[in-house]
Structure formats: C-alpha cells, structure tokens
Design a protein around this ligand. Structure first.
Ligand code: GRG
Length: 298
C-alpha cells in the first residue's frame, strides 16, 4: 500500500514495527526464532495494528502509547501466525509471501509450523504482560477472550476450513461473504472491539456502529485482495498472482467479475465512511485508511 501521501500511516508503521520487534525472542536463539523474525519483521502492511492505533487516537483511549503499540503488535502477531500456516503445503501451498520465500520454503515445514505455533501464544503473552494504570485485569481478560474467539474454531480456523472445503466448488456470494467474515473479518473486528473494551464508559450504540464499520471495512479489504490476486502486479503484491485460480477457489471476481467486485468493495467503503461521518469524533485518519483500502495495489 502506498503510504507516502499519508504521513501518519508511515509514523504509525514505525511505532508498530518497533513494538513488534520488542515482543520477539532473540533471533539468534534457534532456527525457530530465526523463522519467527523472518516471518514477522518482513514488511507487511500492518493494517490490523493501524486500525488499533487510529481508533485509540480517535476515541482518545487513556492507555499509554507504548501499551497501545503492544496491543496493536499482539493483533498483528496473530495475523503473521495465520499467514505462515496459510502458506503451508497442506493449506494454500504458496511459495512466496510479502515479497520473499514463504517461511516453510526459506526454512522447512517443521520450522514453519513451530514458528506459527510459537507466535500465537506470544501474542497472548504480550497481552497478559501489559501493565497500565488504565487497563483493568478484567479488561485484559476480555481482550484475550476476544482475540481467542476471533482466531478459534468459530473464527479464523473455521474460515480456513470452509476455504479448504470450497476448493473445486462454486460458492454463492453469501457463502463467500460468510467465509471471509470468519477468515479475515473476525480478526479485523477484534482489533476494533478491543479498542472499544479499553474505552471507558463507551456506549453500546457506538460499539455496534464500530462493529458494523469493521465488517464493511473487512469485507472490502478481502474483495480487493481477491481482485489483486487476479490483476495485481506480482512484484507489488509480493507473491504470484492467480493463486486462487490455481487452487480452484471461488473468489469475488470469479463470481461477480472484476468490475462488479470492485463496485461492491467501493460500496462497502462508502457505507463504512457514512458510519464514520456520523460519529462525534475526528474520523479523518480512519477515513483516509478506508479510502486507501479499495485502491490499494498490494
Ligand atoms: C488460527 C491464526 C490461525 C490460523 C489457522 C491458516 C489459518 C488457520 C487461517 C488463515 C487465515 C488467513 C491467512 C487470513 C488472511 C487472508 C488475507 C487477506 C491475507 C492478506 O492480508 P494482508 O493483505 O497481508 O493484510 P500483509 O502481508 O500486508 O499483512
């Protein structure tokens, strides 16, 4: 994603990468820790932690900025873990990720499985170790519960399960929406809802609005992902194109065509922006992120 016009995203990216690095074990400890560094410190767009940082700022959450960065890093760690496992031969069998060999190709399958397995509890370790005068133990538990549900059997894992089962089948648009809500949307939603948990005295109506916002954002993000898999530039997206076609997967372009898919993504973002517009906060930065998502090239 091009971030040079939106300096705040670049600044946030530096914060996020610093926090991520801080959470990791010593690279030199073992082959697994080397693989962990290789798969985390490798130039992802960091959309999920960006959402956490921008929402914390927007809602003026009273947590120290170092702790906001660590919570954002925890969300990204879960995502990094899912990418390592997603690329494995038993899953999507992808050789490239973020412009470099995927973890199992650079190392080996066992190391990639272990690196992924290590990164997930690492995110929980980060969350449980947070110490902040404005973060109660109960809230920390709720945040952990939220992330656990987002990636567990009723979240990302089930999304991935449906994705695998759907190979060589044609899904309906509704089935695809549901699959991607589970696979991609729930983690994005958890990033939004964890900030709601940290905001003192937040009202239920605002939580519902932000949840709807995140679901529209998440689906638009995924649709653009499918489009880029069809028409993107390999070097820019950092992996071979047409991998969905290779795996015979239903995608938005395969069901709706490229043009209709892009329209659907843009409509979802328009709806997401309408929600933001009505909020009594400075939504400018989140608004800018939304606009980037549907036009992104990677
Ligand atoms: C329970 C964490 C967990 C994993 C097991 C492998 C698996 C089940 C799920 C895979 C889910 C998955 C890979 C979802 C993400 C799909 C997606 C849109 C990936 C690309 O995300 P970007 O564009 O990538 O944010 P970068 O590289 O920028 O971070």
């Amino acid at each position: 994603m091009k971030t040079k016009d939106v300096n705040f995203l670049e600044e946030n990216l530096t914060r996020i990468n610093k926090a991520l690095f801080k959470t990791l074990p010593e690279k030199e400890n073992s082959r697994v820790t080397e693989a962990i560094h290789y798969s985390v410190m490798n130039g992802g767009k960091r959309i999920r932690p960006q959402i956490i940082l921008l929402l914390c700022e927007m809602l003026e959450v009273e947590i120290t900025s170092d702790n906001v960065d660590l919570i954002a890093a925890a969300g990204e760690l879960i995502h990094c873990y899912s990418l390592i496992h997603d690329d494995l031969p038993a899953m999507d069998d992808d050789d490239y990720r973020r412009g470099q060999l995927s973890c199992h190709k650079q190392f080996d399958e066992a190391t990639a499985i272990l690196a992924g397995d290590a990164i997930q509890p690492l995110s929980l370790e980060v969350l449980t170790s947070l110490e902040d005068p404005n973060l109660e133990a109960k809230t920390k538990l709720e945040i952990i519960n939220l992330f656990a549900r987002a990636c567990g059997p009723e979240g990302m894992v089930e999304g991935q399960n449906r994705d695998i089962l759907a190979e060589n089948k044609v899904l309906t648009e509704e089935e695809l929406d549901e699959l991607h809500y589970l696979k991609t949307g729930k983690l994005i939603e958890a990033c939004v809802l964890c900030v709601c948990l940290m905001k003192k005295n937040i009202d239920k109506d605002l939580i519902e609005k932000l949840k709807t916002f995140s679901n529209k954002f998440g689906l638009a993000f995924q649709i653009r992902d499918d489009i880029l898999d069809e028409i993107g530039d390999e070097e820019t997206i950092g992996k071979p194109v047409k991998s969905d076609l290779k795996n015979n997967k239903s995608t938005y372009p395969s069901i709706l065509g490229i043009e209709e898919s892009q329209k659907k993504a843009e409509l979802l973002i328009e709806e997401a922006l309408l929600i933001l517009d009505k909020l009594p906060f400075n939504t400018e930065k989140l608004n800018a992120l939304c606009k980037l998502v549907v036009n992104r090239k990677n």
